[in-house]
Design a protein around this ligand. Structure first.
Ligand SMILES: [Zn+2]
Length: 372
């Protein structure tokens, strides 16, 4: 790995070396990422100066008010007008951060990527162990019959997209304000955190629940924070690096692993991840089904506080588990009821598959890269 010779950057180099060592000695790494992971792909974050919340929405409403359940139900046209302009970036491609995490997973060290992002870039890069806390703009479903639609369908429809089967409104499978996170996702995230021997928190200001609380489940202090600005966890972390996520990870995650190790571990992880994705899908569909009743009472329970700390786009109305992980579950449980049968099947495949094919090509490329 190239070590940059920069006499003014010695502190930084020390930190990078420290991160390399931490990664080398860890066997179960969990990565928790926020919008800062995707900004290097050209997707704006929400809270920084140039973030979505601080820019003109192009409508009379504030962005933070638009990305909310009630708003969506009452003003779908305005929602979609904003959504199509500001929340979907079909041209965005994975950056160095996403790619480094793919390497780390294939090396058998990274066991879970817990993301607040809804852009599918981890999967596109080739990651399998992704837990999407807030859903994905790549999944959409009819609120009446549950039929699934891809992002192209949404983008190609004028105004509010309607189901080509029943005419119902199609919505993105993301968690909006006033909606709760998928209970199973939160659960899986916490389980992974409890098991990990290193937690890397990156590209997030840690103001968004429940992600901000995950570190509480750690049984150690092996936390690394990589973020441009400081977070409330900085002092508790073993290592804090205020820098670009992609730059840092690219330098600190080895580009090459011995052949045997990598093939063995990748086989293992991929089967595991398959299982995981399967469950994710299940939950997703559940979520979508429940959506219909979403506007009901439950969303109201979600306290304004919690919701306001959440990031923009979120999952389907299904379960209202939002804020604190523990409490979340109870609240959640019930809503699952409905689920349209059709929905489930449809959900499963895409992200994982798409990425799988790219995998071999990209790993080859990486090998070459590392040789040079
Ligand atoms: Zn329909």
């Amino acid at each position: 790995m190239e070590t940059r010779i920069d006499r003014f950057g010695s502190v930084r180099e020390d930190k990078l070396n420290q991160l390399k060592e931490l990664i080398a000695e860890s066997k179960y790494i969990v990565f928790l990422g926020g919008a800062g992971v995707s900004t290097e792909s050209g997707i704006p974050d929400f809270r920084s100066g140039a973030g979505i919340y601080n820019t003109e929405s192009g409508t009379k409403y504030r962005p933070i008010d638009i990305i909310a359940h009630d708003f969506f139900m009452e003003h779908p046209e305005d929602f979609y007008d904003f959504y199509k302009r500001k929340l979907i970036y079909p041209d965005a491609r994975p950056n160095k951060a996403h790619k480094a995490l793919v390497r780390l997973e294939r090396q058998g060290k990274l066991k879970a990527i817990i993301t607040q992002n809804i852009d599918n870039l981890h999967q596109e890069a080739g990651s399998k162990c992704v837990i999407e806390l807030h859903g994905s703009v790549y999944r959409n479903y009819c609120m009446d019959c549950g039929k699934k639609f891809n992002i192209e369908y949404i983008a190609s429809q004028e105004g509010v997209p309607h189901c080509d089967k029943c005419g119902g409104i199609v919505r993105p499978d993301i968690v909006l304000y006033e909606e709760n996170l998928e209970h199973e996702n939160v659960d899986n995230a916490i389980k992974a955190v409890k098991k990990c021997d290193l937690m890397i928190i990156a590209g997030t200001s840690l103001t968004v629940y429940p992600a901000a609380t995950f570190a509480q489940f750690l049984k150690h202090d092996r936390i690394v924070i990589i973020n441009k600005s400081s977070t409330y966890m900085d002092l508790k972390a073993l290592l804090t690096i205020h820098d670009n996520v992609g730059e840092v990870l690219d330098k600190c995650v080895p580009k090459r692993v011995s052949r045997q190790t990598s093939s063995k571990t990748s086989a293992k992880t991929s089967s595991k991840s398959t299982a995981k994705t399967a469950t994710t899908k299940k939950t997703t569909t559940k979520a979508s089904s429940a959506k219909a009743d979403s506007k009901s009472a439950s969303k109201k329970e979600t306290s304004k506080k919690e919701t306001s700390t959440k990031e923009p786009a979120k999952k389907a109305p299904a379960k209202k588990a939002a804020a604190k992980p523990a409490a979340a579950k109870k609240a959640t449980a019930k809503k699952a009821a409905a689920k349209p049968a059709a929905a489930k099947k449809a959900t499963a495949k895409k992200p994982a598959q798409a990425s799988a094919s790219k995998k071999s090509a990209s790993s080859k490329a990486k090998k070459d890269e590392s040789k040079s």
